[in-house]
Design a protein around this ligand. Structure first.
Ligand code: SAH
Ligand code: SF4
Ligand code: F3S
Length: 476
């Protein structure tokens, strides 16, 4: 039965195969270090969303295991890896720009290896451009076979030729890959891969494949291990976490998964993203309300306020149903903060449609909004739609939208001044060694005086100043 369902099976033998390659490459790198006294360095850049960043943590873990040391200076690297994104055109242009620069870099340092992976590599046009114009790239792989990095580096080292390995689907996941977490006390955990929603503007379903939920026991085991390792905050990841479990044999809803995770000792905070508004259930609102470990902040992308545009985006909710969902959430949790994604200039968007978006912004009162100019993605239905909006009109709407959003965000934040919030101290501020930064339960970024011994603790602080994108607080 199991193989007819869209769930992710685990392949344990593959982990051991890759570990062997990691150790083989480590021996080569260690020998180089003994001879020269220099350790080989890697530079890693995650260019996309949180899932992309989480994938990079695994790539970095494997590179560390292979005897490479991280550098934050690209010009020091012996191994450069870009984990690419293609959700908007500018993300792709950035990669080509960097590859141009690396061509010169490699002239001076010919032994440098360059690897590209991630969503952009799942497109045939990109691969043929790379093969024709960017022959200095050494290793190319996609979103489904990330765990093969050690084997692919080994092939490149043995053959001396560039290695391309792109899959169109993946049945199995390799669990327990080495990983370097960006924060010791906060960790991301994938719960569902891929996406089935096919919003008409979006390329993600084509490059990440169909929705596949991980088995609940695999997720719970990972979270338990993280808790044992000192992690206090878990961020559950999926393009649409609300559809978690729908295809599993023993169907488990996202809300039920959340309850199970919140029972794990040591985990003090749970966040998740992204919630598709069409699948946000009453059960989820109840669990969020009742479970103190679940943070009271929610990312609920609206994309547009116009029901007609939403219909053509294939979002499967209307302006009214979105606002009704927001009403229920706020009724259950009056203190909750909401954030969103908005696209301006979807094909056929009229001034009236745009005014509907402004209306939603005013009615909801977001604490953060990620705003995007519509980007035409070849292969998506929207790219073929008539009435693409001109750059000039889009730019004007975009500016007007920010003029509505920014003062509202500032005003909403003012209400937090004087309030006591609990912050998970994450790191020392980059600008001041006596200042710690962290996030409050409601996701507000907070700076307060303290020393590094407090990192990893949940600390009550009083907010004293609103700096729009962050707050200053004092310990109480
Ligand atoms: N799965 C998430 C978001 C994934 S992509 C969701 O459904 O909300 C992150 C954001 O990029 C989207 O929410 C959308 O606002 C934006 N985006 C996606 N495709 C885009 C495009 N072609 N042009 C502009 N923005 C886009
Ligand atoms: Fe893209 Fe829509 Fe899937 Fe989000 S839900 S990844 S916007 S297709
Ligand atoms: Fe980009 Fe892929 Fe994420 S296209 S937004 S990195 S899923």
């Amino acid at each position: 039965m199991r193989d007819t369902k869209k769930e992710v099976a685990v392949d344990e033998s593959e982990l051991f195969r890759q570990l062997e390659y990691m150790h083989k490459i480590r021996e080569i790198n260690d020998a180089y270090e003994s001879k020269t006294g220099i350790k080989k360095k890697f530079y890693s850049l995650a260019m996309g969303c949180q899932m992309n960043a989480h994938d990079s943590e695994k790539l970095e873990g494997m590179l560390d295991e292979m005897g490479y040391e991280r550098t934050n200076e690209e010009t020091e690297a012996d191994f450069v890896i870009y984990n690419t994104c293609c959700v908007r055109e500018n993300a792709e242009q950035k990669v080509y720009g960097k590859l141009g620069w690396l061509k010169h870099y490699k002239k001076d340092k010919p032994d440098t290896l360059i690897a590209l992976c991630g969503c952009m590599m799942q497109q045939d046009t990109v691969l043929s451009t790379l093969r024709q114009k960017y022959r200095h790239v050494d290793v190319v792989f996609g979103t489904y076979n990330l765990y093969k990095l050690p084997e692919l580096i080994n092939s490149r080292m043995e053959s001396g030729d560039s290695v391309y390995d792109i899959w169109q689907e993946q049945e199995e996941i390799v669990e327990d890959l080495p990983s370097i977490r960006h924060f010791p006390y906060k960790a991301s955990v994938n719960i569902v891969f891929g996406c089935n929603n096919f919003c008409t503007y979006c390329i993600v379903p084509y490059v990440r494949g169909r929705e596949r939920s991980r088995m609940p026991e695999d997720i719970l085991n990972e979270v338990k291990k993280l808790a044992a390792d000192g992690v206090k905050e878990i961020v559950l990841l999926g393009q649409n976490v609300n559809s978690y479990g729908k295809n599993l044999d023993d169907s488990v809803s996202f809300a039920k998964l959340l309850r199970k995770i919140s029972d794990i000792e040591g985990i003090e905070r749970i966040r998740f993203m992204t919630s598709h508004p069409k699948d946000l259930s009453d059960e989820l609102i109840e669990v969020m309300r009742d479970c103190p470990k679940i943070c009271k902040s929610l990312h609920l992308p609206v994309q547009s306020g116009s029901s007609e545009i939403l219909r053509r985006m294939n979002r499967k909710y209307s302006k009214e149903s979105y606002l009704e969902t927001v009403r229920k959430i706020k009724e259950a949790m009056p203190e909750i903060t909401l954030s969103t994604d908005i696209i301006v200039g979807f094909p056929g968007e009229t001034e009236e449609d745009f005014q509907e978006t402004l209306d939603v912004i005013r009615k909801v009162g977001y604490s953060t909004a990620y705003t995007f100019i519509y980007s035409k993605r070849t292969g998506t239905p929207a790219a073929l739609m008539d009435n693409q909006v001109s750059d000039e009109v889009i730019k004007d709407r975009f500016d007007r939208m920010l003029n509505v959003l920014n003062p509202m965000i500032h005003e909403l934040n003012e209400k937090l001044v004087g309030k006591v919030v609990t912050v998970l101290a994450e790191e020392i501020s980059k600008n001041n060694a006596n200042v710690l930064t962290g996030r409050a339960d409601n996701n507000a970024l907070v700076h307060f005086e303290g020393n590094k011994d407090l990192i990893g603790q949940l600390i009550p602080v009083k907010i004293v100043e609103n700096k729009t994108f962050y707050f200053i607080a004092e310990r109480i």
